[in-house]
Design a protein around this ligand. Structure first.
Ligand code: ADE
Ligand code: ZN
Length: 333
């Protein structure tokens, strides 16, 4: 099998995707029109031209503005369903999607509206496309810990539909330590935990996510390489990093894909996975991310298979499921 054929054939799990970041401009226009909400662009082309970022914040400003057109349950369903169709095309068979409740509840959209729309799409993806999924609720770290506590309380009636809590938005200046209390409470309630750390922020934030938030996975974490002691810990604990190559390129975390450290991390024994983050904004879904690193870093077929196996191994699924997918990946030649 050629490298490209293998990438397409590999079953993959996606562990780092913001559902609001899958919002394609075409659907954004359609929903804006439906809800009679004005958006500051005349055409899809004009929207795409605005997707020129120089750091995380320059992206977040546009990403939050886009989410403003989502109002009713069907909007959240349509958003998630469009993403599941991309998963189907890329042979992503399991996905764990982030959503940002505060982006919606702060505009007066009910928590139930958001989660009911997403959950209905998850159910349909399972029955119609055979794709399994989980939802991860992220706290916005530029807001207060008190606001995160309030969001956690709002989530409790839907606890069975949310596998974990996460932490996203503007990283620098908003360390994981700010959210130690709310993560402790969430874990007490039985949620698993993940957090963005070491994307733009320093390796110190990764230590904090591990020690203070007690996360099960680190989202991004690419700056961990700057701290040899941290690298040792990640390797020994087999702590997954959900790496997002095209995101890192678009947000100038790396200057050039050939300089991306995912292959070095893999070779050193870090449990790295490949993910799309905000695919509509960063130029590609799962397979585009695989292709970009495979070409820029000249990855072997064995390395690609290892990355796909890691994705299921790091997923919040049973050991039996993990073994099932590993066997399918091993069988590909
Ligand atoms: N929200 C959506 N995408 C994000 C990213 N890459 N980092 C932090 N917050 C985000
Ligand atoms: Zn992210």
């Amino acid at each position: 099998m050629t490298r490209l054929e293998l990438i397409r054939a590999l079953p993959k799990a996606e562990l780092h995707v913001h559902i609001e970041g899958t919002f394609e401009p075409e659907l954004m226009f359609e929903i804006a029109q439906r809800n009679q909400i004005a958006i500051p662009y005349k055409s899809v082309e004009e929207v795409k031209q605005a997707y020129n970022f120089h750091n995380l914040q320059s992206f977040l400003d546009i990403y939050y503005a886009g989410a403003n057109v989502l109002i009713v349950e069907q909007d959240f369903y349509d958003l998630a369903w469009a993403y599941f169709e991309k998963c189907h095309a890329d042979h992503v068979t399991h996905t764990e999607m982030f959503f940002d409740p505060q982006t919606h509840t702060d505009r007066g959209v009910a928590f139930a509206t958001v989660i009911n729309g997403l959950q209905r799409a998850c159910d349909d993806a399972n029955s119609k496309l055979g794709i399994s999924s989980h939802l991860i609720m992220c706290f916005l770290r530029h807001l207060t810990e008190q606001a995160a506590f309030e969001t956690l309380e709002q989530a409790l009636p839907f606890k069975d539909q949310i596998i974990a809590v996460g932490l996203d938005s503007s990283e620098v200046g908003h360390p994981p330590s700010k959210f130690a209390g709310v993560f402790a409470k969430a874990r007490e309630y039985g949620f698993l935990a993940v957090a963005h750390a070491g994307e733009e922020g320093p390796a110190e934030y990764v230590w904090q996510a591990l020690d203070l938030l007690q996360v099960n996975r680190i989202d991004h974490g690419v700056r961990s390489e700057e701290d040899p002691e941290l690298m040792q810990r990640l390797i020994v604990e087999k702590m997954p990093l959900t790496v997002c190559p095209l995101s890192n390129l678009k947000l100038c975390v790396v200057d050039d894909m050939a300089q991306h450290n995912i292959r070095r991390l893999l070779q050193q024994g870090v449990h790295v996975t490949v993910n799309s983050d905000d695919p509509s904004y960063f130029g590609g879904y799962m397979n585009d991310n695989f292709i970009a690193i495979a070409e820029a870093l000249d990855l072997s077929n064995d390395e690609l298979k290892q990355l796909a196996k890691n994705s299921f191994d790091a997923a919040f699924i049973s050991a039996t499921e993990k073994q099932k997918w590993a066997a399918k990946i091993d069988a590909l030649v």
